[in-house]
Design a protein around this ligand. Sequence first.
Ligand code: PLP
Length: 459
Amino acid sequence: MKDYASAPYRIKMVEPIRQNTRAEREKLLEEAGHNPFALRSEDIYIDLLTDSGTGTMSQNQWGAMMQGDEAYAGSRSFFRLERTVLDITGYKYFIPAHQGRGAEQVALPYFVKKKGMAFISNMHFDTTRAHVELAGARAIDCITPEGLDTETPHPFKGNFDNEKLTRLIEEKGEDNIAGIILTVTNNSAGGQPVSLENMKETKRIADHYRIPIIIDGARYAENAFFIKQREKGHSKRDLKDIAREMFALGDLFLMSAKKDGLVNMGGIITIKESEALFEHCRTSIVPLEGFPTYGGMSGRDMEATAVGLSEALDEEYLEHRTDQVRYLGDKLIEAGVPIQTPTGGHAVFVDCAAFAPHIPYDAFPAQSVVNQLYLESGVRAVEIGSFLMGRDPDTKENLKSPFEFMRLTIPRRTYTYRHLDHVAEGVKAVYAKRDTLKGYTFAYEPPVLRHFTARLEPL
Ligand SMILES: *Cc1c(COP(=O)(O)O)cnc(C)c1O
């Protein structure tokens, strides 16, 4: 494999970070209820909790912010962002939202026409799952079997299992399917991309049964880049062209601009052509997010998003970004640490079911690895497994996630390769004492999205 790309930028503003002591971290983690979501970021050396809203903006984005038009209605910044979004997607209607979940909250209820309907996705992101359920529908995941096998490489582990999709639709009846949600890249499965070929097959099935396709495209630019790199016949294409082809397969595009929008806050609702859906969103957004020409975003943020969306499609930027992920992944593979391979777009996913097989799923093995990593190195990662998954809404049993991942999420344009060396050293230190890791039980468990605010006790 080729070398790792050097950064296509230089750093002209720095934010100091500091390393605290092991003894301080022991105390802080205890006070946080063994849940790093409750830690203060100033108590963290390298924060790999998320790539959401944590990236670094460019001088062009900061410059554009000075041109923000803060009008409540019809601001110039809205029209600028609208032009950019419609140009990238080829869609007809655009409404901003304060972030991705705001867009979900506004748009998803439109598709739930009666009780007992379901959305089927290659994999629902956690807030998407929550909004599906809040809208009174069920969320069904339908990922390709290769995506579940962390050890065997496959270029498109985010793919839909299209045979199972057809079977599910036949079983439930097409009238009971509210929509098909295409998550690109597939965040929860390891930032794994979805191939164009796979998306086209999903589209063929959706058309056959007249089911709408919703693209949950927070990382659409990373997905387009992987299609160019990994899928036959696309290596010479312009990324914008590949992205356009992806968007042509959807009816609605929802996006957290905090990812491939390269901003710290923002969300996007884009509708291909349905006037009825546009009317629904334009009406719903007012009480939930704000007037349809700002939807929770300030004019200056809309300016920064318009610039960020274009920068995120730059190939040199994407090469360096995905190489940072690959670099950290390679360091861990060299040390024998089990990870989802190949690495995807935004994070290294450590397979903690294999890392700590002595901890059962409902004692949260990945949470145990996350906590130990913080103690060892001051690095904050996040659990993507049964702790996040929650409970069955009917039986209240702990759901068993298909994965027990520790996600090491890399913010955009923020850390250097040397920072990633420190992360790798920390993970290696935890791996060396993996047999001593202990599971957790709840001291406090909130009813929804429990992983954000739960408090845990070691077993
Ligand atoms: C982050 C994310 C969301 C939610 O967006 P927020 O901006 O965090 O509200 C939805 N879907 C996917 C795939 C995401 O990664």
